[in-house]
Design a protein around this ligand. Sequence first.
Ligand SMILES: Nc1ncnc2c1ncn2[C@@H]1O[C@H](COP(=O)(O)OP(=O)(O)OP(=O)(O)O)[C@@H](O)[C@H]1O
Length: 580
Amino acid sequence: MRFAELVEYFERLEATTKRLEMFDILSELFRACDREEIDKVVYFCQEQLLPPFRGVEIGMAEKLILRAIARATEATEAQVSRLNKERGDPGLVVEELLRQRNARSAGLRVSEVYETLLRIAETTGEGSVERKVGMLAELLQASSPKEARYIARFVLGRLRLGVGDPTILDALSKAVAGDRSLRPELERAYNLCSDLGLVARTLFEQGIEGIRAFRIRVGHPIRPALAERLPSAEEIVGKLGRCAVEVKLDGFRCQIHKDGDRVEIFSRNLERTTPMFPELIEAVRQQIDAREAILEGEAVAVNEETGEIYPFQVTVQRKRKHGVEEMMREYPLVLFAFDLLYADGHDYTPESYSARFEALSRRIRPDGRIRLVDRIVTDDPRAIQRFFDEAIARGMEGIVAKRLDAPYQAGARGFHWIKLKRSYKGELTDTIDVVVVGYFRGRGMRAKLGIGALLGAVYDPDSDTFKTVAKIGSGLTEEEWVRLREMLDAIRVEHRPARVESLLDADVWVEPRYVLTVLADEITRSPVHTCGRTDEEPGYALRFPRVVGWIREDKGPEDATTVKEILSMFQMQKRVQLAG
Ligand SMILES: Nc1ncnc2c1ncn2[C@@H]1O[C@H](COP(=O)(O)OP(=O)(O)OP(=O)(O)O)[C@@H](O)[C@H]1O
């Protein structure tokens, strides 16, 4: 496929405000692809060169892109920079400048553009900045004005097509089978490898048989299993019967892949975090009794003298402050392992929790930074309550109860795992993670800041859409409001994104990207929000929502709380209110 053709599809995707239309455009696009390029086209749609766990980034700041534009268009850097200030989009700048020169495309193919961009990303070391600029300038020079617009935006990370992974899965299914029937099988494969390009290419090369034959592999992160909620120990036993109850630690979720001496660690949202945890890498080499293994656990800072687990604020410094080396000396981490997914050719994911935990305990050699998570196995709600109270007293977040006979459910939130957290008096028993989809300018004092309230949405994986649930106007300091507004302005979009369903009209719409944790008093029925709304019934809203903390870096928009979770929290709240 020619890149010019792909760009036509990008333009159509950008223009649509309807999710279904987006689905149709994508399936048409995929149908037009051949097997050599389908993975690349999928990556372009996801606005990446490779899945995030591969850790490949183009690594060019706006300044360098402007320099490449100047070189490609033979304008001066000052001219380019001035024009960029006016337009606010280097994509439009390069388009305009090339148009003035009557530039024509050299007939670039999708794979050529992709490979050049990958080469730019892989260029490192001395003199790499200049080489990157040179390669990009050459690519832009070979482009038509419109092609250059999208290349520049892609390199900047500002393509903003607003396409979600489930929509891509649906569209792949439609492109091959004519309908959405293949989605569950494609999704299963995706959950096992976290690489949509690979799934697409396998589908195009080997058909659905290839997808069915998909197995987990060391080095490819598996999309993590997630927990549901219930409000009490009684309800947990009611649902699971005899179950395992583990402490819920508040640190970094780590999925560890061991291949001989090579060890990789992936975060909850499947980014490669290996460099953050040198002491755990070493511990894996020493303590894990397997040549190849995939295991999961939570890494937390532990006070070696008292054995106490530090609060999250201490653990998280590993990410924010100083160098890793220094933090490692000051607050070394311990990994509390809770699951084994794979070991030496054996896929444990279809096996029961009991079998997996037993195998996990056999594979960990004692005396090191890798330990088994604390747990009990019981069918007595009082024992669970006691374990829970002790966990809270030790500063833990709560507990996670696990169904003994459940397989590992990659990429799914289900009642195989149930979390119970400390409840805040008079408030919901859990916080809610909303995606910011827009903001309102506000009145009075707030108008001065340029932002008065956020429009927060939750995620609906079935339709791959974001549905509004709250207007949030408190919880941040003035400085934080201003900082957030600046961050939102950088991702603003012209019209309501196609995947956002809203009855409210935000003053500024933004690409759904940032997730904030919100505390609220309760969930109420509301006619103004689209979360849970049907033709006959009003939606749901958060009462007195306020932001706690800051943007959740470990969560992408699709990791926000889901519509289904809001509905079940609403039911839980009714039961708790009745009981109280
Ligand atoms: N023993 C444990 N078993 C499973 N997960 C645990 C355990 N201890 C801590 N965790 C953490 O709890 C998370 C599971 O809770 P949940 O499914 O709600 O994910 P989440 O959306 O990140 O939730 P939260 O915002 O509550 O951390 C896991 O991602 C993991 O990081």
